[in-house]
Write a protein that binds this ligand. Structure first.
Ligand code: AOF
Ligand code: ZN
Length: 404
């Protein structure tokens, strides 16, 4: 992909508009990518559109709708490579060619193997000038989960933790329920409603017996329980409730408990073991194939460690209660073997918010960028989270590129 072409201020302005529109598709357009399109002729915006909902018309089609021959000689600013194949909808490449646009400026390519460059070459073959790479970083950050699923064949992983200021997730008696405030809890429920799956270790299920629902904030995520030895009791809420499907990931292929669980509404996924526990790469590949683009890991300490040690964390949501409890026996937020300081997983960028009485640190370990631009908007929507500080504001984001 060419990224070094020079785009003028006007191009960046039009692409910013297209990116703002694309973001409006979240979360209804997922698991399709978020895409926006602005059609321009003679320096004026003729129309615009975005991919509104999964299965619905693509951004280009929304923008072209009703314009008839007005589009001849226009420039289409698209945040994503136009598609070149029949999916649920016809190819956008054909629609752009038919509309007679003379130029397509795209932010980024489509990592979907059914497109991956074909969209651009078909447009060029039809005599349309194509330029790519305008605000590419911003465009990619919008679709990190889509890109991760398509290119790495795994879900985008967000690690969520709720701890005290001294890093504890339970007190010395094992009590873990009321670490953070109501408003931090409500925020996590809201996040559950916009991700595809929630992943937890069996220890957390046994200790807290949660349902892992979004508590009425929206859809309920698929529940994925990591249970190497298959010790999950049949009476827990994740098994007794059916507001979302449940997958139990285990290595216990010959457990006597299999029969008992086969009768429940759960799916069993058998994977191999490695020294860190369950083979997470097999699990991740399976979830990506199943269509899971975003996976929220919600504990416990050992599950956090598996993901961290296997380099599978893209983003973190760290709720921190301003409390100190201490205790050598009180559980800390990440267990496992631990990393050396020199190998520490570093947040490449982060923001700090106030979440009721608690702090929320939201950051990324993914060098590709920040899916959080989208997530932030949702976090702030209901809770007036207060942005306190920011690590590295991206210098390339133009002033107009604000998801407000
Ligand atoms: C575009 N414009 O707005 C989007 C594109 O099943 P379908 O027909 O909706 O196709 C989904 C695929 O189309 C998706 O996986 C991605 O490759 C591309 N998305 N392409 O030209 C859009 N949303
Ligand atoms: Zn399309």
């Amino acid at each position: 992909m060419e990224t070094d072409q020079l785009f003028d201020q006007n191009d960046c302005r039009m692409m910013s508009r297209a990116l703002q529109l694309a973001a409006k598709g979240f979360p209804r357009a997922t698991p399709n990518p978020l895409v926006g399109c602005v059609l321009v002729r003679g320096g004026k915006i003729l129309s615009h559109g975005f991919h509104r909902r999964f299965g619905g018309p693509h951004a280009e089609i929304e923008a072209l709708r009703g314009l008839r021959s007005y589009t001849r000689g226009a420039t289409a600013y698209v945040t994503f490579e136009p598609c070149s194949y029949w999916g649920k909808t016809p190819p956008c490449v054909d629609a752009l060619i038919k509309a007679g646009v003379s130029k397509v400026i795209a932010a980024t390519g489509d990592p979907n193997s059914r497109v991956r460059g074909r969209g651009f070459s078909l447009l060029r073959r039809a005599g349309i000038e194509v330029m790519t790479g305008c605000l590419q970083k911003e465009a990619r950050s919008l679709n990190l989960p889509f890109e991760t699923q398509m290119s790495l064949k795994r879900p985008y992983v967000i690690l969520k933790a709720a701890m005290t200021l001294d890093g504890k997730i339970a007190d010395k008696n094992g009590q873990s329920k009321w670490i953070t405030s109501d408003s931090a809890r409500a925020m996590s429920w809201k996040i559950r409603s916009i991700i595809d799956a929630i992943g937890v270790g069996v220890g957390t299920v046994v200790a807290d017996n949660p349902e892992f629902s979004s508590h009425g904030f929206g859809r309920n995520p698929l529940r994925v329980i990591f249970d190497p030895l298959l010790r999950l009791p049949g009476r827990v809420r994740v098994i007794q409730t059916d507001h979302a499907a449940t997958i139990i990931v285990t290595a216990a292929r010959h457990s006597p408990r299999l029969n008992e669980l086969f009768n429940k509404h759960v799916e069993l996924l058998f994977v191999g073991k490695n020294e860190g526990g369950l083979n997470l790469s097999e699990t991740m590949r399976y979830l990506a194939l199943k269509g899971v683009q975003t996976l929220l890991i919600e504990g416990g300490a050992r599950t956090h460690a598996y993901f961290l040690e296997q380099n599978l964390v893209d983003e973190v949501l760290w709720f921190t209660a301003p409390k100190l409890i201490g205790g050598a026996q009180a559980k800390s937020v990440i267990s496992g073997r631990g990393l050396n300081l020199t190998q520490a997983a570093r947040l490449t960028s982060w923001n700090v918010y106030r979440a009721g009485a608690d702090l929320l640190i939201h950051g990324t370990l993914n060098p590709q960028g920040l899916f959080w631009t989208i997530l932030n908007k949702h976090l702030q929507g209901n809770h007036q989270a207060l942005s306190l500080s920011q690590s590295h504001p991206s210098p390339r984001i133009p002033q107009s590129f604000v998801y407000a």
